[in-house]
Design a protein around this ligand. Sequence first.
Ligand SMILES: NC(=O)c1ccc[n+]([C@@H]2O[C@H](COP(=O)([O-])OP(=O)(O)OC[C@H]3O[C@@H](n4cnc5c(N)ncnc54)[C@H](OP(=O)(O)O)[C@@H]3O)[C@@H](O)[C@H]2O)c1
Length: 344
Amino acid sequence: MDTADPDSAPTTRRRVLLRRRPQGLVDPADVELVTEDLPTLEDGEALLRNEVIGIDASVRSWLGEGSGYLPPVELGEVVRCSTIGRVIATRCDAYRVGDIVTTLGGWEDATVIRDDLFSTIVSPPDPDYDLEAFLALYGSTGCTAYIGMLEIADPQEGETVVVTAAAGATGSAAAQLAKRRGARVIGIAGSDDKCAWLVDELGLDGAINHRTDDVIARLRELAPKRVDVVFDNVGGAVLDALLARLAMHARVVLCGHISTYTDDDKAPGPSNYVNLIQQRATMRGFLAFDDIPRFPEIGEQLRAWHRAGDVVVRTERFEGLDRSVDALNAMFTGANTGKIVVLP
Ligand SMILES: NC(=O)c1ccc[n+]([C@@H]2O[C@H](COP(=O)([O-])OP(=O)(O)OC[C@H]3O[C@@H](n4cnc5c(N)ncnc54)[C@H](OP(=O)(O)O)[C@@H]3O)[C@@H](O)[C@H]2O)c1
């Protein structure tokens, strides 16, 4: 076995285990932070020290019993989520000590990885690699924005694009990619500070506060010729308002519906969907998960745009595994601007 420094190799790891299925926001008592002995590495395994943990909305859906694109986390298992870090010990030919690897790990400071679809070498050893920017943009979050906005919505120069949860991780990337295409982009967000960030820092053409503004009335002002592309992360009442203002041949891309993730009951359907008929519009959902093999290539493109200053990245940091619940709940209370990360 190859290890970074056998004398200082860790023998235990800290992990947050699911103890009870949450109702609504996650209660601290729904999980337990434990210290466990590290399992002995088998042939074909390596040990990843997680340096940054990414909080995604899908984490909350995996804590329920419902069906998602992956099975629920079982009681007693580590809370599943994306992580990135460096390999510190290996018995796997695919990984060398020091490699920077992203995996579908968990709320834990070390993850045992294998050479599989979910564990990808992001970079050979590189002290300057921006791990937080990877989770915010070059990895699955940015790839979701890229596929949903550039490949499915495909906005054209001069078209009007509206992005919901635009100050969040996926939304802020999607909005900036549409701007790069030359579209007029309006962001919807939950506070005046977020709206100011969207216009002043990201250069969007307008912003709407869904908590205090009349969304339809503001859309009439900001997009008098109606909306060609909707990139929706939230569903519910905000989506319904947007459907009332579709332009002819509009494309509505359904990325997520976070406004209903903590509800037990199904949300009522949007009443303005009939406008799709009159406007000959399309509405399409997608899962970036289907394109995982393409993530490295898309991620390198996003990294190049970030390094060139074309796309801004912002993270909301929570220090310590004991802040994981707060970090996940922040997503549902709207406390975050940009990507939520936990530094274990
Ligand atoms: N289809 C895919 O393959 C795919 C992949 C990744 C993520 N997603 C989806 O993308 C969406 C964004 O995920 P993310 O990880 O980037 O999270 P995020 O946007 O960084 O954070 C979630 C944001 O949603 C907004 N929000 C929460 N509850 C809301 C409500 N009731 N009404 C309106 N807005 C609400 C909040 O912003 P405000 O303060 O602005 O309200 C919050 O900051 C989620 O729906 C997620 O499921 C889809």
